[in-house]
Design a protein around this ligand. Structure first.
Ligand code: SF4
Ligand code: SF4
Length: 224
């Protein structure tokens, strides 16, 4: 599964520089950003932040390329702070709407709004990603937050009693979640989980599964 995810990300990250550099001259490429937004917000209703972990061009770039120059420190608490996240969310949406209204319906200018949004957010993501964790942006990305909220009850990571709280899973989590710490409740209720499966593959006790897999296992037991 890791190989599949890595392959997908290695294909997808190229879209980021293409959108940025081509978008400066040819604004219509911004509609790819809009199409992706519609797609991942729809997907999130069923799978939470699955897009972030598997296909997001910026997330892929940060995780696969920026990691080589990142300080790779843990994501600081300010980035996960709800007030900070809400301020970024409202600020970005207000900026986008303001720019969209200014276009007066001009399709070329509308496309450029999405290019500009992509450039501005990527600059922030890259600077912070070098100083801290490569995926620090994902901790407060407005679109990531929206996906998490839309799919907060979907495709949830389950922690079984087999967990020994060894902490190995936390070490491979790109967004610094500690699945073992959710053993008591039995499910990772943090909606920022990007469904990457790194922790599942790392766990020596086979204690982690996504909800969908658990349901499948249960139904096959009933059938069997
Ligand atoms: S790696 Fe497995 S056993 Fe260890 S804390 Fe994580 S879920 Fe628990
Ligand atoms: S908790 Fe597991 S599946 Fe979720 S982001 Fe972290 S490593 Fe990936």
């Amino acid at each position: 599964m890791t190989i599949k995810r890595k392959t997908g990300q290695m294909v997808m990250w190229w879209l980021l520089p293409i959108i940025i550099f081509v978008g400066i001259w040819w604004h219509y490429i911004g509609y790819i950003v809009l199409a992706m937004m519609i797609f991942f917000l729809t997907l999130s209703v069923f799978k939470g932040r699955y897009w972030c972990g598997w296909f997001c061009p910026r997330g892929s770039f940060l995780e696969r390329i920026l990691k080589f120059v990142s300080m790779n420190t843990p994501i600081p608490s300010f980035a996960k702070n709800l007030v900070f996240r809400s301020a970024i969310f409202c600020g970005m949406i207000a900026f986008m709407l303001h720019r969209l209204i200014q276009t007066n319906g001009d399709l070329d200018k509308i496309g450029f709004v999405f290019v500009i949004m992509c450039i501005a957010t990527s600059i922030i993501a890259i600077i912070l990603g070098i100083i801290y964790n490569p995926r620090i942006w994902c901790a407060f990305c407005p679109m990531g937050t929206l996906q998490g909220l839309l799919g907060r009850e979907k495709y949830i990571l389950q922690v079984s009693d087999a967990c020994t709280e060894c902490g190995l899973c936390e070490k491979v989590c790109p967004v610094n979640i500690d699945p073992g710490s959710f053993k008591k409740s039995g499910k990772v209720s943090n909606f920022d989980c990007i469904k990457c499966s790194n922790c599942i593959e790392k766990c020596p006790k086979n204690a982690l599964k996504f909800q969908e897999n658990v349901m499948r296992a249960q139904s096959s037991c009933i059938i069997g």
